[in-house]
Design a protein around this ligand. Structure first.
Ligand SMILES: Cc1cc2nc3c(=O)[nH]c(=O)nc-3n(C[C@H](O)[C@H](O)[C@H](O)COP(=O)(O)OP(=O)(O)OC[C@H]3O[C@@H](n4cnc5c(N)ncnc54)[C@H](O)[C@@H]3O)c2cc1C
Ligand SMILES: *[C@@H]1O[C@H](CO)[C@@H](O)[C@H](O)[C@H]1NC(C)=O
Ligand SMILES: *[C@@H]1O[C@H](CO)[C@@H](O)[C@H](O)[C@H]1NC(C)=O
Ligand SMILES: *[C@@H]1O[C@H](CO)[C@@H](O)[C@H](O)[C@H]1NC(C)=O
Length: 531
C-alpha cells in the first residue's frame, strides 16, 4: 500500500497545481480495478500480490537477475490472458479505473519494462504467454506462404511450426528461441537473414491490435499510419498487438553454418577490418557473418543460404582471410540451423523440441548497450578496442550484426520505423555481465560505460543511434507534463536515437490513437499534437 499512497499524493499535488481533472489513482481505484477484472476474467487467470502463485508467474519469463530483486516496483496484479476478450477487458477496466497496463509477451525487455516500473506507480501486468497459437499457411501457386502468430508465442515456437510445415519455408527472426514474438516485432527485429529478407517487422502483412478503447482492429481498420507504427515503433506505445500475419520466405533445402574461432592477435584485427567492409556490402545477401568478440577470442558466425561448396567458393573469392574450408561447414535444413544456432549447440542433431522450451534461466546480471557503425573502425581501431578494453575483461562482449544487403540497401529508411539502414555497416551490442549484486554491478557498469565512451568517435553521431530492441534507459527517459501526458521533448531525446527521422511520425500517430497517453512506460512514444 506504500506504493499507492505515494502515487496518490503525487497525483493530488499535480491536480492541485494545475487544476486539470485527471482520473485519480486513489487506492480505491486499485480496488475497483481488481473488482472490474474479477467480474470479467476467470479467477485462475488473475494474480494479486497476495496470491500464492504471484511471484512464480511474475518471474516466469524474467531474463535478467537485475530485476528479480525486491527493490523492483512490482505490479499490483498480473492478468494471464488466454483469450483476446481478456485483453479487451483488462484495457477497459484499466481505462475506467485509471490503472495502467504493462504488456508482456516473452519478458525479454533489457530494462524489464514489461513487468516492472522505474517510478512508484500502481500498474498491472498483462501477460500474453497463454496467447501463443501459430498457424502456418504454406501457400499454393501464386499465393504467398504466411503464418498468423499470436504475440505470446516465442521465436522458437514460430521456427518450429514453420519448419514442421515445410522444409523450405523460413522467417527472418533473431537468434534466441525464448524471445517473444510480440516484443521482437514491436521493435523491428534483426537477425541472421535480414540481409536477404529485411527485418522481422518488414515481413508483417497484417496484425490485430487492441487499442486504448479496448477495440480489436486489423490492418484495414487501424489504417496505414498505425499499421506502420506498430511494425517497429517500440512496444507498449500504441496498444496491445495480439497477433501478427507474417510473410514466410522460401529458402534452400540446405543451408550452411560455420563457426570460426580466432584468438585475438594482429591478424585478427586485420580480419575484423576486412569483415567490416566486406560482410556488409549490398551484394551476397545470402551470406551473413556475425562477429562476437569476448576477452581474447573472436568468433565469426557464418550463415549461408546455400551449400557448403558454394559458400567456400564465395569465401575464397571475397574473404580468403577467414580461411573457411569445407571441413568447417555444417550443412542442414533451415529449421535445424535455427535449433543449432539458437540453442548454442555443438550438436547438429540437437532435438528441435529444444526450441519449444519456455523456461527461463535467471543466470547472471546483465547490462547491454548498442551502437551503429557507418564508417569502418579499421585495423588500428580494433587493436585499441581489444588491448584497452576487451582483453582486460572477460565479462565484456561485443556482438556485431552486419547490415547491407536488402535490409540496408534496398528497403527505404522510412518503410517501417526501423531507420538504421542506408549507410549502416553493422550494429554493435555491448554486453557486460556479473554474478552478484552490489559492488560487482558498479564495476561492470564502469567497464561497459568505459567502452561505450571510448567508441564514441568511431560510431554514428548526431544522433548516436541505438536499437530499440536493445533497450537502454541511460540514453533517456520520459517525463510526464502537468497535463498528465508524456512530453514530446523528453521522448525526443532517446526517441531520435532509436528512430531518427521516423520519431516524429511515430509521435504523430500516438497523438492520433492514444492522445491521453494510456499506454506508456519510461520509453514509450509521446503523443505529438500540433499546437
Ligand atoms: C537472449 C536475447 C537475445 C536477443 N536476440 C535478439 C535478436 O537477435 N534480434 C533482435 O532484434 N532482438 C533480440 N533481442 C531483444 C528482443 O527482441 C527484445 O528484448 C524484445 O523486446 C523482446 O520481446 P519479448 O516479447 O520477449 O519482451 P517483453 O519484455 O515481453 O516486451 C518488450 C517490450 O514490448 C512491449 N510489448 C510486449 N508485447 C507486446 C505486445 N503484444 N503489444 C504491444 N507491446 C508489447 C512490452 O511492454 C515491452 O515494452 C534479444 C533479447 C535477448 C534477451
Ligand atoms: C524478497 O523478500 C522476501 C520477503 O519479503 C524474501 O523472502 C525474499 O528472499 C526476498 N528476495 C530477494 C531476492 O531479496
Ligand atoms: C544482453 O545480450 C545478451 C546477448 O544477446 C543476452 O543474452 C542478454 O540477455 C542481454 N541482456 C539483457 C539485459 O537482457
Ligand atoms: C588475454 O590475454 C592476456 C595475455 O595473455 C592476458 O593477460 C589476459 O588476462 C587475457 N584476457 C582474458 C580476458 O582472458
Amino acid at each position: 500500500m506504500a506504493v499507492s499512497t505515494t502515487v496518490l499524493s503525487l497525483v493530488l499535488v499535480v491536480c492541485f497545481c494545475c487544476h486539470v481533472v485527471v482520473p485519480s489513482l486513489a487506492s480505491s481505484s486499485e480496488e475497483n480495478f481488481l473488482q472490474c477484472l474479477s467480474e470479467k476474467i476467470p479467477g485462475e487467470l488473475l494474480f494479486t500480490q497476495s496470491s500464492s502463485g504471484f511471484m512464480s508467474v511474475l518471474t516466469s519469463s524474467v531474463q535478467n537477475a537485475r530485476f528479480a530483486t525486491n527493490a523492483t516496483v512490482r505490479p499490483a496484479c498480473i492478468v494471464t490472458a488466454s483469450d483476446v476478450a481478456h485483453v479487451q477487458d483488462a484495457v477497459r477496466c484499466g481505462r475506467w479505473h485509471g490503472v495502467r497496463l504493462r504488456v508482456r509477451s516473452g519478458g525479454h525487455d533489457y530494462e524489464g519494462l514489461s513487468y516492472r516500473s522505474v517510478r512508484a506507480e500502481v500498474f498491472a501486468v498483462l501477460d500474453l504467454a497463454r496467447l501463443r497459437a501459430v498457424r502456418v499457411r504454406p501457400g499454393e501457386k501464386d499465393e504467398e506462404a504466411s503464418a498468423w502468430v499470436d504475440s505470446g508465442a516465442t521465436l522458437g515456437e514460430l521456427y518450429y511450426a514453420v519448419g514442421m510445415a515445410s522444409p523450405t519455408l523460413a522467417f527472418p527472426g533473431g537468434a534466441c528461441p525464448t524471445v517473444g514474438v510480440g516484443g521482437f516485432l514491436s521493435g523491428g527485429g534483426i537477425g541472421l537473414m535480414m540481409r536477404k529478407f529485411g527485418t522481422g517487422a518488414d515481413n508483417v502483412l497484417d496484425a490485430r491490435i487492441v487499442n486504448a478503447d479496448g477495440d480489436v482492429l486489423d490492418k484495414a481498420a487501424m489504417g496505414e499510419d498505425l499499421f506502420w507504427a506498430i511494425r517497429g515503433g517500440g512496444g507498449e506505445s500504441f496498444g496491445v498487438v495480439v497477433s501478427w500475419k507474417l510473410k514466410l520466405s522460401v529458402v534452400p533445402r540446405t543451408v550452411t553454418v560455420v563457426n570460426t574461432v580466432r584468438a585475438f592477435d594482429e591478424t585478427t584485427a586485420a580480419v575484423l577490418a576486412k569483415w567490416e567492409t566486406f560482410a556488409v556490402r549490398p551484394f551476397l545477401p545470402d551470406l551473413t557473418i556475425r562477429a562476437v568478440v569476448q576477452g581474447n577470442n573472436t568468433v565469426f558466425q557464418t550463415f549461408f543460404l546455400g551449400s557448403c561448396s558454394r559458400l567456400v567458393g564465395k569465401m575464397d573469392a571475397f574473404f580468403p582471410e577467414l580461411g573457411t574450408r569445407e571441413g568447417d561447414c555444417r550443412e542442414m535444413s533451415w529449421v535445424r540451423a535455427m535449433a543449432f544456432i539458437t540453442l548454442s549447440s555443438s550438436d547438429v542433431n540437437v532435438p528441435l523440441e529444444g526450441m519449444l522450451k519456455r523456461t527461463n534461466n535467471l543466470g547472471t546480471y546483465v547490462k547491454n548497450k548498442s551502437d551503429y557503425v557507418r564508417c569502418a573502425v579499421g585495423k588500428a581501431g580494433w587493436e585499441r578496442i581489444y588491448r584497452e578494453h576487451l582483453s582486460r575483461n572477460g565479462a565484456l562482449m561485443m556482438i556485431m550484426e552486419p547490415h547491407g544487403g536488402v535490409v540496408g540497401s534496398v528497403i527505404p529508411d522510412s518503410f517501417t520505423p526501423y531507420p538504421h539502414r542506408n549507410g549502416v555497416l553493422y550494429n554493435i551490442q555491448y554486453v557486460a555481465f556479473w554474478w552478484a549484486d552490489g559492488g560487482a554491478a558498479e564495476a561492470a557498469n564502469g567497464w561497459i560505460n568505459g567502452l561505450y565512451g571510448f567508441m564514441e568517435p568511431l560510431v554514428s553521431s548526431n544522433p548516436r543511434e541505438a536499437f530499440v530492441n536493445y533497450r537502454d534507459l541511460d540514453i533517456g527517459q520520459n517525463t510526464v507534463g502537468n497535463d498528465g501526458v508524456t512530453t514530446y521533448e523528453s521522448g525526443k531525446v532517446w526517441g531520435e536515437k532509436y528512430f531518427m527521422g521516423n520519431f516524429h511520425r511515430l509521435a504523430t500517430v500516438k497523438g492520433q490513437v492514444d492522445p491521453g497517453d494510456y499506454f506508456r512506460n519510461e520509453q514509450s512514444i509521446p503523443p505529438f499534437r500540433a499546437a
